[in-house]
Design a protein around this ligand. Structure first.
Ligand code: ITT
Length: 197
């Protein structure tokens, strides 16, 4: 089955290719460079559907989109759907991460809880639509560490760690991130739906 990956974020593309290769090698994932719709939804699910619908309409194929972000409890769930441009419209990952660290500078560890959330939308050419979610709980570090991953990875410390040494996702290998991430968890939840197609 062919499926268009409706994202313009190359890090998401790489992660999805890894996930699909290791869990559903029968799927043929196709890149998408068509028009980017305005993401004016107020939830992750609405935005994921907006992106998947646009790509399915443009290509005539099944389309999968991820809308994701980091949700910080002490900020009432922000940045949430605004994660990509928390420090302004430029989608500057370093500025986003620094602003979030600033906003939490006097918050002690027990109150730095957060989670990554990924909502995946699957839109089929016949109009059927599905959304699933994956959550990755953890807390925010006090400073960035590591060069791996993207976005907020260098300041996110998952509760569940792959080794005895506590690290941020920025210090994880790609395989370690894939084994635990919100995106992998959402894709896993999509499994039963994909199996019916
Ligand atoms: P597309 O809409 O083209 O898919 P995007 O990056 O704009 O790309 P989103 O609107 O879903 O996608 O915003 C997701 C943002 O949330 C992303 O830019 C990061 O800032 C953050 N984020 C999501 N998943 C992440 C991850 O695995 N690691 C670090 N940060 C992540």
């Amino acid at each position: 089955m062919q499926i268009v990956l409706a994202t313009h974020n190359p890090h998401k593309v790489a992660e999805f290719h890894g996930i699909v290769r290791d869990t559903r090698p029968d799927l043929e994932v196709i890149g998408y460079d068509g028009p980017e719709p305005v993401e004016d939804g107020v939830t992750f699910a609405q935005n994921a559907l907006i992106k998947a619908r646009a790509a399915s309409a443009h290509t005539g194929l099944a389309a999968l989109a991820d809308d994701s972000g980091i949700c910080v409890d002490v900020l009432g769930g922000a940045p949430g759907i605004f994660s990509a441009y928390w420090a302004g419209q430029k989608k500057d990952a370093v500025a986003n991460l620094e602003l979030l660290l600033d906003q939490l500078h006097d918050i002690a560890d027990p109150h730095r809880t957060a989670h990554f959330l990924s909502t995946i939308a699957l839109v089929l050419p016949d109009g059927r639509e599905f959304t699933v979610e994956g959550v990755w709980p953890g807390r925010l570090a006090h400073a960035a560490s590591g060069q791996g991953g993207f976005g907020y990875d260098p300041i996110f410390i998952p509760d569940e760690q792959p080794t005895d040494v506590e690290r941020s996702v920025g210090e994880f290998s790609a395989a370690e991130k894939q084994a635990h991430s919100h995106r992998s968890r959402a894709f896993e939840a999509l499994g039963p739906l994909l199996a019916q197609l």
